[in-house]
Design a protein around this ligand. Structure first.
Ligand SMILES: N[C@@H](CCC(=O)N[C@@H](CS)C(=O)NCC(=O)O)C(=O)O
Length: 213
C-alpha cells in the first residue's frame, strides 16, 4: 500500500493527504518529522516532506506526487478530463504554490516561529506577493470554489496554502494581503472545509498541534 511520509502540520503533506482521501485511494501515514535524518535523504532527496513510498520506490515534491497519482489512478479523474481545463488547473496551482506560498514561506520564521526576518526580505516578499495575488485574482473566481462552481484539484492545494498567505502577511505587514486583494478566503475555506476529506485533514492537523504543544 502507498505510504505518505510527513506530518499533519505541513500544508504540502496535507494537500496530498486531501487528494488521497478525497479520491478514496488507500494509503498509510508515516509520521516523519523535520529535519530528515541523513539516511532519509535517499528517500526525499530535497530533505522535504511530503514524500511518497510506493512498491517501486520513493517520490518527493507534492505536485509530482499528485501527478503520479493522477497517472496511476486515471479513473479517479484527479485533474479535469479535458486537457485544457486540466492545464488551467495546473496553472492556478503553480501560482498558488510556487508564486505565493513558497514566497510567503520566507516570512514564516518571524510570523510563526519566533525568529526574525530582515527588512530586505520583507520588502522583497511583499512586492512578489502583491504581483502574484494579481495573478491569483485574474485566474480564480472563488465562486464558491477556486475555479467556479465545481470543486477540484485546485481547491485541495488552495485550502491548505492560501490561509498561510493571509496569516503570514497579516502578522508581518499588519494587513492580510489576500483579503486586501479581494479574496474572501475565510468563506472559501469554510466552503471547502465542509467536505469530509477536508474535515479529516483539518482535524488531524488540530490534533497534531495539540499533541506537540
Ligand atoms: N515544493 C515542495 C515543498 C514542500 C515543503 O516545503 N515542505 C516543508 C514542510 S511544509 C519542508 O519539508 N521543509 C523543510 C525544508 O525546507 O528543509 C512540495 O510541494 O512538496
Amino acid at each position: 500500500m502507498i505510504k505518505l511520509h510527513g506530518f499533519a502540520l505541513s500544508n504540502y503533506y496535507n494537500k496530498v493527504k486531501f487528494v488521497l482521501l478525497e479520491h478514496g485511494i488507500e494509503f498509510e501515514e508515516v509520521l516523519t518529522k523535520l529535519p530528515l535524518a541523513e539516511a532519509q535523504l535517499v528517500q526525499s532527496p530535497t530533505g522535504k516532506v511530503p514524500f511518497l513510498e510506493t512498491e517501486l520506490g520513493f517520490l518527493c515534491e507534492s505536485e509530482v506526487i499528485v501527478e503520479y497519482l493522477a497517472a496511476r489512478y486515471p479513473e479517479k479523474r484527479i485533474f479535469s478530463a479535458d486537457p485544457w481545463q486540466a492545464a488551467k488547473e495546473r496553472e492556478l496551482i503553480t501560482v498558488i504554490e510556487t508564486h505565493l506560498e513558497l514566497v510567503v514561506r520566507e516570512l514564516y520564521g518571524e510570523a510563526f516561529f519566533g525568529g526574525t526576518v530582515s527588512d530586505e526580505v520583507k520588502k522583497s516578499v511583499e512586492k512578489r506577493v502583491k504581483r502574484y495575488l494579481g495573478s491569483l485574482t485574474r485566474l480564480a473566481s472563488f465562486a464558491p470554489y477556486a475555479r467556479g462552481e465545481s470543486f477540484g484539484i485546485v481547491d485541495m492545494a488552495a485550502f491548505v496554502s492560501l490561509p498561510l498567505v493571509a496569516m503570514a502577511t497579516q502578522k508581518i505587514y499588519g494587513r492580510d494581503m489576500l483579503a486586501e486583494a479581494g479574496v474572501d478566503w475565510k468563506a472559501y475555506v469554510k466552503a471547502v472545509g465542509e467536505r469530509p476529506a477536508a474535515q479529516r485533514v483539518a482535524a488531524d492537523r488540530k490534533a497534531y498541534i495539540e499533541a506537540t504543544a
